[in-house]
Design a protein around this ligand. Sequence first.
Ligand SMILES: NC(=O)c1cc2c(=O)c3cc(F)ccc3oc2nc1N
Length: 333
Amino acid sequence: KPIEKLSREAAQHEIAKLQDDLRQYGIAYYEQDAPIVEDYIYDALYARLVALETVFPQFINPDSPTQNVGGAMTKSGLEKVVHPAPMLSLGDVFSLEELDEWDSRTTKSLGFQSDYNLELKIDGLAVALTYVSGKLVQASTRGNGTIGEDVTANVKMIKAIPQVLNEPITIEVRGEIYMPKSSFSTLNKQRELDGLAPFANPRNAAAGSLRQLNAKIMKQRNLSAFVYYTAEPDILGSTTQSDALKRFSSLGLPTDTHNRVMTKMADINNYIAEYTVTRDNLAYGIDGVVVKVNQLDDQLDLGNTVKIPRWAIAYKFPPEEALTVVRAIEWTV
Ligand SMILES: NC(=O)c1cc2c(=O)c3cc(F)ccc3oc2nc1N
């Protein structure tokens, strides 16, 4: 119900209920690592409580969940981290036609047909890893792009992420942390045994694991990662995206090996068709294919909008459940 239509009593009642519920969800989340509700539900209820308390400040009490967000603490109890260069998200397209339009726009902007580095789009959560003199000093989530959460302690539990690089360089790299499919099913079986709600998908399981505060539990979740980007490629001496991936690998950073350099849309369509089918056999979840202008200085020429790079696009696979529905309909007719 819109807040301005609420009577004082109704507002007081809803605020009290939200304060109780969110306090209980918060305890389950931080202390028992057993979230009762999905993050997005918690966030929506939390936003509703903040809005109500703003309009009815007389009902704010000191132990309201909105009052204990300590200075640097975020909801998940992790410290905040400011990203020096904003972590942008990828723009999406949902059909080969739209991908073709993106290619035409990009070709027009550049004045020539660029070659593209194609990469599987790992379905995990984005992190930034900062190495100083080759040592991992900080790991943070994307957050809102400018302010993320410090997940350094948990990321140090991820075997795939080296704590020391093969070269003593200082660089920030970005990648995707994910939970392999096998770990996901094992974890959910255990959660059912423990009477806990299973995670909806590997991505939520990875995010939930990474943002909980107990490093021992984190170790058992055996997450993995792929690195795919740095804003400082000259440190690597790379001039293309495909070469940057090779350099990440030579440093000891995990990279996905399915990337290919292509120019012709026909080849790109074949790559997409191939992985639309074979993704079920991969050890990790992917939700699409990322197409990137391969020459790094062409990427700079194209630049970014406020939210997304102009030099990269994510082609998203049709969601699997949709396919299930289609199959179900086919079955009935
Ligand atoms: N999930 C992924 O596998 C994946 C994700 C991104 C990004 O989110 C991404 C975001 C940017 F602003 C720029 C490049 C990027 O490249 C990326 N490359 C990938 N392979």
